[in-house]
Design a binder for this molecule. Structure first.
Ligand SMILES: NC(=O)c1ccc[n+]([C@@H]2O[C@H](COP(=O)([O-])OP(=O)(O)OC[C@H]3O[C@@H](n4cnc5c(N)ncnc54)[C@H](O)[C@@H]3O)[C@@H](O)[C@H]2O)c1
Length: 370
């Protein structure tokens, strides 16, 4: 396949990231099919036309079903709010398209199961927007774990914090509605869970508590509306590899902008990482001479592929959008039948299973098997 026809549904925060990725993947990697930006869908014809022009798409529509029916579209990027993912992804798969869908996979577990079944039936490639597993630094951390650099990991600690909901006067919007899911648990939790799946495999047992810091939020039109989602979640975990774990999630954490802090404790060392410093990680090895033991900072560089495809100079740094370009390239590799590092709908269902087990644990106040 020399070219691949792309459809993009939704052009907000993530829609632009997907558009940048589809535009950038060929110049960066120089291999695989050349993406042809065929069709873009938004809520209104005007917005769709404006974004199609800005992002370089040939056609625009306010009807996402017309995009899916377009015979020139081979792969569909779904970047709409969570409540739309299942319907759009299943329709695209049934129309014979590959799907790149933003996280979380779906709101209800039943929808996620239907998505995984539709993917299986279609034989098409699916990828979820678990961009943080694409960081070249994360690949290096996985190599270190495989090489036993810190020994078997016995405890992991993940924190994901941002402050976009920290202000009690931040307006009510779709992430405050129950139709978007549980709140921090699925909006954020799926990212650390994707890293755990990538680094160690799955989660076995969980005990969770969800919290709602503000009971209501202002509406744009005046008045206030009761918040329906939990902006804070705290989870104890037993991983399938035997390690214990803690996951703390907070969308109302003043001062935290994009923190995904990860600490992996092994019997002979520790690895620490924070997404706010995504071009570095810290390694502590107890095998170092006693007088010079301490955390060393490893900076990302061309030695950590595919960093080299972006810039030849070490320490200059990649950004969030580069992770999306790598994710897009992995998707294209999978479509081309090559081994690829993506979390598709089948593996994504395991992440959903963990999230819903955590919600059940909160409801019932007990440990729940995933
Ligand atoms: N991978 C990540 O790190 C990451 C980060 C942020 C958001 N997300 C996910 O991306 C998705 C979108 O979030 P966002 O922050 O980009 O939201 P957003 O509100 O910025 O953008 C959503 C867009 O979808 C459009 N839209 C809504 N309904 C539509 C429809 N029926 N047809 C066509 N377009 C429609 C909206 O007009 C809007 O432009 C969510 O599922 C979210 O969880 C992922």
């Amino acid at each position: 396949m020399k070219q691949i026809g792309v459809g993009l549904i939704g052009t907000g925060y993530m829609g632009k990231c997907h558009a940048l990725a589809w535009n950038g993947v060929r110049p960066v990697f120089g291999d695989g099919p050349r993406p042809r930006l065929v069709h873009l869908a938004e809520v209104s014809a005007e917005l769709a036309a404006e974004r199609a022009d800005a992002f370089g798409f040939a056609r625009a529509t306010s009807d996402w079903r017309a995009l899916i029916a377009d015979p020139e579209v081979d792969v569909v990027s779904i970047t709409t709010p969570n409540a739309f993912h299942a319907e759009m992804a299943i329709a695209a798969l049934e129309a014979g398209k590959h799907v790149w869908c933003e996280k979380p996979m779906a709101v209800g577990f039943g929808d996620a199961e239907r998505m995984a079944a539709a993917a299986h039936r279609s034989g098409k490639v699916t990828a979820l927007g678990y961009n943080y597993i694409q960081n070249p630094v994360m690949r290096q951390i996985r190599r270190l774990l495989e090489d036993g650099a810190i020994g078997a990991v016995n405890h992991v600690r993940f924190e994901m914090d941002e402050d976009f909901m920290a202000d009690p006067e931040a307006p009510f919007y779709w992430k405050s509605e129950a139709s978007s899911g549980y709140g921090a648990l699925d909006d954020f939790g799926v990212h650390p869970l994707s890293l755990m799946q990538f680094l160690f495999g799955g989660v076995g047992r969980v005990m969770a508590q969800l919290a709602m810091p503000y009971a209501d939020r202002p509406l744009g039109a005046g008045g206030r509306r009761a918040v329906e989602t939990w902006d804070i979640a705290s989870v104890l975990m037993e991983l399938r590899n035997g390690a214990s774990g803690v996951m703390a999630l907070n969308r109302s954490a003043w001062g935290r902008k994009g923190r995904i802090a990860m600490q992996l404790f092994g019997w002979k060392g520790t690895i620490a990482y924070d997404q706010e410093r995504m071009n570095e990680f810290q390694l502590y090895r107890s095998e170092d001479p006693a007088g010079s033991q301490g955390f060393r900072t490893v900076l990302a560089g061309p030695v950590h592929p595919p960093y080299d495809r972006f810039i030849p100079a070490p320490g200059h740094g990649l950004g969030f959008n580069e992770l999306k370009i790598i994710e897009c390239h992995e998707l294209l590799r999978a479509i081309g039948g090559e081994p690829a590092q993506i979390i598709g709908f089948a593996a994504g269902l395991e992440i959903e299973r963990a999230v819903h087990a955590m919600a059940e644990s909160h409801r019932e106040g007990r440990w729940v098997e995933v």
